[in-house]
Write a protein that binds this ligand. Structure first.
Ligand code: GLA
Length: 351
């Protein structure tokens, strides 16, 4: 196991570093404290060949210039808030609009675009990084000073574990996630339509044309949203089904099956038959956004290859989009004295 650190560049007059974490099985993860971005994640295939299975760039400048959230921590609110506004304890808050009328992934300068404080950590069975950021009262329109800690761990069971923690000094809303784009064949190797996916959800949240949930929890049964048994991503992605047309593919929040709120359960799996790579996602969160890279448009990635339409997928564990305006959805409110606490694990193996 080892952790190395090297300079990655400067943003907002602050130095950003690149941390190289390696576990005892030689899985290697590179992370920068700019946006908490997972720059690369190298895992073996069934023959032991190592490939980098997340999309990203080699240069800090490329992330600063244009990053469709590759690998980043998303906050203060993952996914969309309709009309970029909400009311909390009788007070109306107006947020930055960065996607039409809506607030997406925290606004114009979300947690993906700030420099975090970073401290490497190592224990008997893991290497990791503790990232801290203080989001000021009023930042992007959100109330309260939010003190955020995100701990990334790469352990010797080949799990990438993320612990999210936050506290506030004023009632606020919070919904953190990580936006890694996966391609289990290797980044830049083409589309992900052959990956076989399972999503442990009986229901999903249908959306309107601006991708804001309608409020309904619709059954997946009998629709192309049904991933309760292993199904290739491409099997039904272009079906004549309104929700897929709106999303240009999958871009939907799934209501994860849970017996108990906040329990750590299996959310989803993805299997890539050619390499044998298998990824399992466990989370304490009630939802997961399944996004099939429908906005990727040919940007050149870290190994010089283009990232085209549907060349990666994301499993963004989260609370449901637009929850601040949907009282019937699980609450995203955080009050002074409380602790926001969620965990997500991505586990890698081969079959
Ligand atoms: C999420 C959203 C998508 C898109 C991506 C980033 O998955 O739901 O619509 O904005 O992030 O490009």
């Amino acid at each position: 196991m080892k952790i190395k650190k090297r300079p990655f560049g400067m943003v907002d007059g602050k130095p950003a570093d690149l941390f190289v974490l390696e576990n005892s099985n030689h899985l290697e993860m590179k992370v920068t404290n700019y946006g908490g971005i997972v720059v690369s994640l190298v895992v073996p295939d069934r023959d032991g060949n190592m490939d980098d299975i997340v999309l990203g760039y080699n240069q800090l400048e490329a992330y600063v210039k244009h990053n469709p959230y590759f690998g980043a921590i998303i906050g203060r609110y993952g996914n969309r808030i309709g009309n970029a506004q909400f009311t909390l304890e009788g007070q109306k808050y107006t947020l930055a609009k960065n996607e039409g009328e809506n607030n997406l992934h925290g606004g114009i300068k979300g947690f993906d675009k700030v420099v975090w404080d970073a401290k490497p950590v190592m224990d008997d069975d893991y290497v990791g990084l503790i990232l801290k950021y203080l989001s000021k009262d009023g930042e992007e329109g959100f109330p309260g000073n939010l003190d955020v800690t995100v701990k990334y761990i790469l352990n010797n069971d080949n799990e990438f574990r993320i612990d999210y923690r936050a506290t506030t000094d004023k009632t606020t809303i919070v919904n953190l996630t990580n936006h890694s784009y996966f391609n289990l064949t290797g980044e830049g190797s083409g589309d992900i339509l052959g990956h076989e996916v399972v999503i442990n959800a009986e229901r999903f949240t249908p959306v309107d044309e601006t991708l804001i949930p309608t409020g309904e929890l619709a059954p997946v049964e009998g629709t192309p949203m049904d991933f309760r048994i292993p199904t290739a991503i491409g099997a039904r992605i272009d079906a004549d089904y309104e929700q897929l047309k709106i999303g240009k593919g999958y871009d939907h929040n799934f209501v994860l099956n849970k017996d108990q709120e906040g329990a750590m359960t299996l959310a989803a799996t993805a299997y890539e038959p050619a390499s044998g790579r298998f990824m399992e996602v466990f989370t304490t969160e009630p939802g997961m956004q399944f996004y099939t890279g429908n906005f990727l448009n040919g940007m050149i990635g870290k190994s010089g290859k283009p990232y085209n339409f549907r060349n990666a997928f994301c499993f963004e564990t989260q609370h449901f989009p637009d929850s601040p305006n949907k009282p019937e959805f699980p609450s995203v409110v955080l009050r002074p004295g409380e602790e926001y606490k969620t965990t997500t694990i991505y586990k890698f193996s081969t079959i």
